[in-house]
Design a protein around this ligand. Structure first.
Ligand SMILES: [Zn+2]
Length: 254
C-alpha cells in the first residue's frame, strides 16, 4: 500500500516525489477522563491525517504527512498527573521552525490538522504571515465535522466525550477501557452568562471537571467512530485536493 508519512519513507522515495502540501497532525499529551489514553489527541489527529492523505492523493493531491506532534498547550490541565504541556510561545516557535524547513524544501502549503482545543494559534499565525512565504491553514477536526455529526452522536461534549471515545474505539481500541469512564458531567460557572459560550477565558480544568471528561462517553461505539472518521476525512481531503491544485501566487488563496 502506498504510504504518505514522511517518517515512514526513505530518502530515495522522497527524492522521486514532488510534494506541494504538507499536513501536520497536532495533538497533546493529557488525561482524557478515566477511560481514554493520554495520547488520544495525537492518535486521532494522526489517524485522520493518514486517511486524508490516502483519499486526497488518489484524487491527485501532492501531499505528504509530517510526523504527529504529541506535545501542545495544556497549561490549564497541569494539575492532573503527567500532563505534559508547552507554553503557547514554545508551540509557536516549533511551528515557525517547521514552516521554515518546509519553505527551504519548496513546500509552500501547510495544513495543521489540530486535535486539541488548547492549541489556538490565530494571533501567532498573523505574526508568522509576515515571516514566511508558506501559506498556513489550521483546522480543528471537530469544526470540520460539526455539520456531519448529526444522527451519529447522541450526547454532545468536548473532551473524552462520545465522539472522541467512538473515534478511539475505531483507531486504537486496545487503549480504551469503557468500564472506567465517568459520566463526563462538568460544573456550572458562577457567572451564568458564561454558559452561553460567547466569552472566552481559560477554564481551570480541575475545578471544571471530575476526571477531565466533558461529555458523557457511555453511548460510544466503534461503528459511530468509523462513520464519523470517514465523513470528516472525506471533507478535509476535499479541501486538501483543492489546496494542492490551486496555483500558488502572491495574494494566495485569492
Ligand atoms: Zn482530546
Amino acid at each position: 500500500m502506498n504510504k504518505f508519512q514522511l517518517h515512514e519513507k526513505a530518502l530515495k522515495e522522497i527524492r522521486k516525489n514532488k510534494y506541494n502540501v504538507a499536513i501536520l497532525p497536532l495533538g497533546s499529551t493529557e488525561p482524557h477522563n478515566m477511560h481514554l489514553p493520554y495520547g488520544t489527541d495525537f492518535y486521532i489527529a494522526d489517524a485522520l491525517a493518514r486517511k486524508v492523505c490516502e483519499i486526497a492523493s488518489k484524487k491527485g493531491a501532492k501531499v505528504i504527512q509530517l510526523p504527529p506532534m504529541p506535545y501542545a498547550v495544556n497549561t490549564n490541565l497541569l494539575e492532573f498527573p503527567m500532563t505534559i504541556s508547552m507554553q503557547p510561545s514554545t508551540l509557536d516557535a516549533v511551528i515557525t521552525d517547521i514552516t521554515k524547513s518546509l519553505e527551504k524544501h519548496g513546500i509552500y502549503k501547510l495544513v495543521i490538522l489540530n486535535g486539541h482545543g488548547g492549541n489556538q494559534m490565530r494571533g501567532f499565525l498573523r505574526e508568522l504571515y509576515t515571516k514566511t512565504k508558506v501559506f498556513v491553514t489550521v483546522l480543528n477536526w471537530w469544526d470540520a465535522g460539526i455539520k456531519l455529526e448529526a444522527g451519529i452522536f447522541e450526547r454532545p461534549g468536548e473532551h473524552a466525550d462520545e465522539k472522541e471515545t467512538s473515534m478511539l474505539l475505531d483507531i486504537f481500541p486496545e487503549t480504551v477501557n469503557m468500564k472506567n469512564a465517568d459520566d463526563g458531567a462538568v460544573r456550572r460557572p458562577k457567572v451564568k452568562s458564561f454558559e452561553e459560550g460567547w466569552c472566552f477565558y481559560v477554564r481551570p480544568w480541575k475545578s471544571y471537571t471530575k476526571n477531565t471528561g466533558y461529555g458523557d462517553p457511555r453511548k460510544s461505539t466503534r461503528q459511530k467512530g468509523q462513520r464519523y472518521i470517514s465523513l470528516v476525512s472525506e471533507k478535509i481531503a476535499k479541501m486538501v485536493v483543492e489546496l494542492s491544485k490551486a496555483k500558488m501566487a502572491k495574494g494566495f488563496p485569492y
